[in-house]
Design a protein around this ligand. Structure first.
Ligand code: SF4
Ligand SMILES: [Zn+2]
Length: 129
C-alpha cells in the first residue's frame, strides 16, 4: 500500500486495497476490465469517501482512488465549485459535500460519532438516575 501510506492518515488502516495488487489501481493501458476490478474493491471499502476526497484535494494525477478514475476525478474537480469543502467532525480530514448538511466524511466516522453519542447519553442517564 505504498501509494496510500505515503499520504498517511489514520483512515488508511481501513483501506480495502491494502492487500490487493496495486497495479490494478494504476492500469497502465487504461484497461477497462482492470479498472472495473479496482472500482469494485473501492465500493467495498469503508473509507471510499475519505479516499476520494483526499485524491481530489491532493489532485492525484493518476490512478483509481475512492472508486473514481483519473478522468472522473478531473471532471469532478472542474465541477466542484458549487460544493462545500468541509472538515470531518470526527477525524478532521477534509471532505466535500454538495450541501453543508453532512458533518462527517463517511461511514467509519459516522459509526464512531454515533457510538460516542450513545456512550455520552448513557452516561447522562446514569448520572440522572
Ligand atoms: S477507496 Fe479504493 S483506492 Fe481508496 S483506499 Fe479504498 S480500496 Fe483503496
Ligand atoms: Zn472522518
Amino acid at each position: 500500500m505504498t501509494q496510500l501510506t505515503a499520504v498517511s492518515s489514520g483512515w488508511v488502516t481501513y483501506a480495502a486495497c491494502r492487500d490487493e495488487d496495486l497495479s490494478l489501481f494504476f492500469p497502465e493501458d487504461a484497461s477497462k476490465e482492470q479498472a472495473d476490478q479496482a472500482i469494485a474493491v473501492c465500493h467495498l471499502c469503508p473509507i471510499m469517501w475519505q479516499c476520494r476526497s483526499h485524491a481530489r484535494t491532493a489532485r492525484e494525477p493518476a490512478g483509481i482512488w475512492g472508486g473514481e478514475r483519473q478522468e472522473e476525478r478531473a471532471r469532478a474537480i472542474r465541477h466542484s465549485s458549487g460544493r462545500r469543502n468541509l472538515t470531518c467532525a470526527e477525524c478532521d480530514e477534509p471532505f466535500e459535500a454538495p450541501n453543508g448538511r453532512r458533518k462527517v466524511c463517511g461511514q467509519v466516522c459516522r459509526i464512531k460519532r454515533r457510538r460516542r453519542q450513545v456512550v455520552a447519553s448513557n452516561k447522562r442517564r446514569g448520572q440522572a438516575a
